[in-house]
Ligand binder design. Sequence first.
Ligand code: ATP
Length: 261
Amino acid sequence: MTESEILPLLKGTPADLRVRVVETCDSTNSALKRDAATLPADTVLIALTQTGGRGRLGRSFYSPPGHGLYMSLLLRPKLAGDDLTLLTPAAAVAVCRALEGLFGVKTHIKWVNDVYVREKKVCGILTEAVFTPQGGLSHVVLGLGVNLTPPPGGFPEEIAGIAGAVLTEARPGALPALAASVLSEFYRLYQALPDCDLQAEYAPRLLYVGRDVLVLRGGESRRALVLGADSRCRLLVRYENGASDALSGGEISLRLPGGEP
Ligand code: ATP
């Protein structure tokens, strides 16, 4: 995949993007964070593989060469602090729209930042905000990894039960088409934040509604019933003691009781 394959597909994208494709890097999020001071807003970095792809909470994201889209965006959002939490759901909806539009697959979202196809995680999103010493927002790096095709020999054992690919086999031009479609869908939503109706597209795709999950936060685990997502894409849950809560991203993870992904 090269810049010249992606750029013509970006016509009509509501932003002035600079797209750079590199063969490899440690993590596209880390690379953009290192260079952020000298780069303009809306710089997009895509790597054909990552040697140290990162997920939330210091987890790693497996990024084999040629089988996925590993892409980060440097954003300088004009959003109020509270509204920054909308960026991850907006990216999840953008990935869903792109996968549905290009490949006709049905997508689901595991709150808050994972996209699922055929009950397997095909995409992870990592949004990192960087603040100035005075506490103002400097920039945001939003990264996403999408497994487009299965790696030869399958996914590594530790994620084989969780990870899946969107397509069963490679299709010519699918990677640049995916990059361009995710970017145009994301920027359409991003430019309409905070007022666009994200909930309308996020909530219907939400996994586990009506089911019990474990809410993991800071080493604690609480069983809760998932009720849905609110207008800010917070997860609405009811704990066993009857108390309700609206969960915002941050350091919270969901698991199904019984250890399923
Ligand atoms: P959760 O919310 O379920 O705790 P997470 O959203 O924090 O997970 P991510 O940050 O998106 O997870 O990604 C890291 C995790 O995703 C890893 O711990 C691993 O379980 C899984 N993983 C790693 N590489 C891949 C991949 N290529 N495809 C799907 N899942 C992966």
